[in-house]
Design a protein around this ligand. Structure first.
Ligand SMILES: Cc1ncc(COP(=O)(O)O)c(C=O)c1O
Length: 342
C-alpha cells in the first residue's frame, strides 16, 4: 500500500500522463533560449497571469532569489513578512547572495501585513538608511489566502510610495481556486510573481517567474549566475504544461480533503485551525509529538513531528487516504487519550 504522506504537497509522484508528456517533450538548449517546450511553458504562464514574460527556474527558492535580486541592488531593502518563505525559509539567500537588507514585519494571524506598519517601515531618503525598494508578499501563506482586496490595497500603497512589488505565489493556484478568481485577476499589478509547479500542481520540479520583461531580463542573468541555467530542460517544462492543463481545477479536491481531515481531527478532540486551502494545522502536546509521528509512521502515515502539526493534502491523498490517516490518529489517541491537546 502506498504510504499516506501528509508532510507537504511537494511529495507527489508524477502521474502516468505527466510522465508520458515528459517522455515525448521536444527539447533544445534552454541556456540559448532554444528549448521549444520551455519557451511554450513560459509563454503559457505569462499569458495566464497577464504578464509580459515568463522564465523557468529549477526551484521556487531560486526564482524568489533571482526576483528579489532583479528588483533590489546591493544595499537596498525589501519589506517582507517574518513568516514569509523568502525571509524565513530560504537560508538568508537574499542577504547572503543578494546583499539585500530584509525589513521583516510580523504577519497578522490571517497572513497579511498591516499596511500601516508597511508604510511606517519605508525609510526616508537619508544616507543613514538602506533604500526601501520592494514590498514582497506571499499567497497562499501558511495555507491562508490573501484576498484580492487586500492585495489591491497593498499594491496601491506600493505604487504611491514608489516601491516595486513581488509575490511569492508558490501556491497561487490554491488561492485562485479558493477565491474562484483567474490568476490573471488575482495577481494583476504585481511586477513579478513566482509560481511553483512542484507543489499542488504535482510536477517533479520547476517554478516559473512571471512579470515585467525588463525585470525578467535581469533575472535571466542572475539565474545563470546562481547556476540555474539548464539545458534540455523541456522534459521538466513538459510536466509543467501538463500540470497547468490537468491539475489546477482539481485543487478544490485537495481543499475538500483538507476540510475532511480537519473535521475528523476535531472529532477526536484536537484543536484544529480553520482550513482555507490544502493545509491543516493542529496542536499536539509537545511531549507527544514524536510518539505520534512514530505511531503514524507504523500505520503508513508520514507527518513531520511538531507541537503545531502541519498536514498537507495533495494529488496523492484522496478521501480514502484521509480516512486512513484519521484511523492512525484515532489509534494513537485511543491508546493515550491524555495526549489530546486541551
Ligand atoms: C511559499 C513557498 N515559497 C517558496 C518555496 C520554495 O520552493 P522550492 O522548494 O521549490 O525551492 C516554498 C517551498 O515549499 C514555499 O512553500
Amino acid at each position: 500500500m502506498m504510504p499516506i504522506d501528509l508532510r507537504s504537497d511537494t511529495v507527489t509522484q508524477p502521474s502516468p500522463g505527466m510522465r508520458e508528456a515528459m517522455a515525448r517533450a521536444e527539447v533544445g538548449d534552454d541556456v540559448f533560449a532554444g528549448d521549444p517546450t520551455v519557451n511554450r511553458l513560459q509563454e503559457l504562464c505569462a499569458e495566464r497571469f497577464g504578464m509580459e514574460a515568463g522564465l523557468f527556474f529549477p526551484s521556487g527558492t531560486q526564482s524568489n532569489l533571482a526576483a528579489l535580486m532583479a528588483h533590489c541592488q546591493r544595499g537596498e531593502e525589501v519589506i517582507v513578512g517574518q513568516d514569509a518563505h523568502t525571509y524565513h525559509y530560504e537560508a538568508g539567500g537574499m542577504a547572503v547572495l543578494g546583499s539585500i537588507q530584509p525589513q521583516p514585519l510580523t504577519n497578522r494571524p490571517d497572513g497579511s501585513l498591516d499596511l500601516v506598519e508597511v508604510e511606517a517601515a519605508i525609510k526616508p531618503d537619508d544616507s543613514h538608511f538602506a533604500i526601501t525598494r520592494l514590498l514582497a508578499l506571499e499567497n497562499t501563506i501558511g495555507g491562508k489566502v490573501l484576498s484580492r482586496r487586500y492585495m489591491a490595497d497593498a499594491l496601491a500603497l506600493a505604487k504611491r510610495r514608489k516601491l516595486s512589488t513581488h509575490l511569492d505565489g508558490a501556491r497561487i493556484f490554491n488561492a485562485a481556486v479558493k477565491l474562484g478568481l483567474p490568476v490573471k485577476d488575482l495577481c494583476a499589478g504585481f511586477d513579478t510573481v513566482s509560481v511553483c509547479l512542484s507543489k499542488g500542481l504535482g510536477t517533479p520540479a520547476g517554478t516559473v517567474l512571471v512579470g515585467r520583461s525588463d525585470l525578467l531580463g535581469r533575472a535571466r542573468r542572475i539565474r545563470k549566475m546562481l547556476g540555474g541555467g539548464m539545458r534540455q530542460v523541456g522534459i521538466l517544462a513538459a510536466a509543467g504544461i501538463y500540470a497547468l492543463e490537468h491539475n489546477v481545477e482539481r485543487l478544490a479536491e485537495d481543499h475538500a480533503n483538507a476540510e475532511r481531515l480537519a473535521r475528523g481531527l476535531a472529532a477526536l478532540g484536537l484543536k484544529v485551525e480553520p482550513v482555507q486551502t490544502n493545509m491543516v494545522f493542529t496542536a499536539i502536546p509537545k511531549e507527544s509529538a514524536v510518539a505520534l509521528q512514530q505511531h503514524l509512521a507504523s500505520s503508513g502515515v508520514a507527518v513531520l513531528a511538531g507541537a503545531k502539526l502541519r498536514l498537507v493534502t495533495h494529488l496523492d491523498v484522496d478521501a480514502k487516504a484521509v480516512d486512513g490517516a484519521l484511523a492512525g490518529f484515532a489509534g494513537f489517541f485511543a491508546q493515550a487519550p491524555a495526549h489530546a491537546a486541551d
